[in-house]
Design a protein around this ligand. Structure first.
Ligand code: UN1
Length: 486
């Protein structure tokens, strides 16, 4: 069977890479299922994409923002009409269950709708002047050509939540999706094409991360970079971009805790810990990876949690009874299994899971048993480093006070959750927890598009995505002193 050969999208055209080479996109639930081949691009292809973006910039930035918003509105309605198809594609290439994929694509639709609604709201300020004949005001203008470097774990929502505000503000874009999941970005480019976005306003180039990202960052025409991915890659981007003095937004790892208060509903706490840790096989930067539990309820919490985790159904995300999906690829699977080995060597106790599933159809995919460690000490590597897999570490603490200390004693600061009925503890937690996202009585993951999203500490370079805040990243200010002519 002839495979689908997918192309780069440059200047409104489907273009092969200059290398002539391709790489396959494979279904992580069944590696016999090759979705298609994608262009294994070279720095020259990035250069052509930047050429196109640069050429498209003058007329795009002069297009009124209300009109730019119209394209987003159109894209949102095309995506909405295609929700089932795009969600199924997402499950097939990324692995997450179909309901989770639908949730993600639905969020992409909401992102388009939200920014489409901002078309007439790119507001500035007016200021009284010292002089009677002067009008002082501010106006937003775009950065220019921006590079969006996106991960595989939310291959629909993350490209959309970067692209929509970038376009709204009048920037032109080069999108480089992560190579394990390029198809979702391909579908996004197709939708923007159908929405009749002018050629060159969005360009998409697939291929190996390091080489292509370097070419993007090094090009003097690129004026901003937004990246979601791992901490080491993010820090390397930051160093390179600092040389050029351009704007960089980094959204990186997490090691997100759930703290359960002594008076909490334990079944609710177990439910939130299991969903937060195991849904999407833990492959969210907002996934729960530490459960910090006070002595008094520890054993009961662990007993109920293990019952629940041991009963989780692992399988193909397309099967309607699957709860835990495969992980993305062999490399990721090996990383996770390595961390499980490290946890055992460090002296943590494996309470359930811990292995790759291999019998029957499992053999063809990358399935890992949902895994729980108990007796985890806060300074162990499995309690400090991001694993990005279905692995939860349970840490026992003497008190609520100590729980917050342990939660904060880490380089990351993305998200945290508290399960409690006690309003005083809610307030103390909100005050003292060092994370950019705080969930009370809900899982550490889950975001809404109208609210700012981002972390603290090593999880971020200090900016926020989504909501109106993203507009501040993708635009810059002009301050105008307008004097009446004599
Ligand atoms: C969510 O919690 O719903 O890469 C989204 C990630 C985050 C997105 C989390 N940027 O996992």
């Amino acid at each position: 069977m002839a495979l689908n050969e997918l192309m780069n999208y440059i200047n409104g055209e489907w273009t092969p890479s200059s290398s002539g080479k391709t790489f396959p996109d494979v279904n992580p639930a069944n590696t016999d299922d090759v979705i298609g081949t994608f262009q294994d691009s070279e720095p020259e292809d990035i250069c052509s994409a930047i050429d196109a973006a640069e050429r498209a910039l003058p007329s795009w930035q002069q297009t009124p923002s209300a009109q730019r918003a119209e394209y987003l509105k159109r894209a949102g309605s095309i995506l909405k009409a295609r929700l089932e198809q795009v969600s199924a594609a997402l499950t097939r290439e990324e692995g997450k269950t179909l309901p989770e994929a639908r949730g993600e694509v639905q969020r992409s639709v909401q992102v388009f709708e939200f920014y489409a609604g901002q078309g007439l709201l790119l507001t500035g300020e007016t200021f009284p002047s010292e002089n009677p004949n002067t009008f002082v005001y501010t106006k937003r203008c775009p950065l220019g050509v921006v590079a969006l470097i996106t991960p595989w774990n939310f291959p629909s929502a993350i490209p959309v939540w970067k692209l929509a505000p970038a376009l709204l503000c009048g920037n032109t874009v080069v999108l480089k999706p992560s190579s394990p999941a390029p198809w979702s970005s391909q579908l996004l480019a197709e939708i923007m094409h159908e929405a009749e976005l002018p050629p060159g306003v969005l360009n998409m180039v697939t291929g190996q991360g390091g080489k292509l990202s370097n070419a993007l960052i090094a090009d003097p025409r690129v004026k901003g970079i937004s990246f979601t991915g791992s901490c080491p890659v993010g820090k390397a981007i930051l160093r390179q971009a600092a040389e050029r003095g351009i704007r960089v937004g980094l959204e990186m790892g997490g090691k997100n805790p759930i703290i359960v208060d002594e008076d909490a509903d334990i079944d609710l706490a177990v439910d939130l810990a299991v969903k937060g840790a195991m849904w999407s096989a833990g492959e969210k930067c907002t996934a729960t990876s530490r459960a910090i539990i006070p002595d008094t309820i520890h054993d009961e919490f662990v007993r109920r949690l293990i019952d629940r985790v041991a009963a989780l159904r692992v399988g193909d995300g397309m099967d309607s009874d699957t709860e835990v999906c495969p992980v993305i690829d062999h490399r990721q699977m090996d990383n996770i299994l390595d961390y499980i080995r490290i946890g055992r060597e460090e002296g943590a106790k494996l309470a359930c899971g811990g292995k790759r599933l291999t019998a029957g159809n499992y053999d063809k995919g990358f399935f890992i048993q949902p895994t729980v460690f108990v007796d985890v000490k806060p300074d162990m590597r499995i309690a400090q480093e991001e694993i990005f897999g279905p692995v939860l570490s349970i840490i026992r603490v003497p008190s609520f006070e100590q729980a917050i200390v342990v939660a904060n004693n880490i380089r990351y600061g993305l998200s945290a959750s508290l399960v409690t009925r006690n309003i005083g503890k809610v307030m103390a937690f909100v005050d003292r927890i060092e994370t950019g996202v705080i969930h009370i009585n809900s899982t550490t993951s889950g975001l809404e598009v109208q609210a700012p999203f981002g972390g603290m500490k090593d999880s971020t370079s200090g900016y926020r995505e989504m909501g109106k805040t993203a507009i501040d990243f993708y635009s810059q200010w002009k301050t105008i002193y307008l004097d009446a002519p004599k």
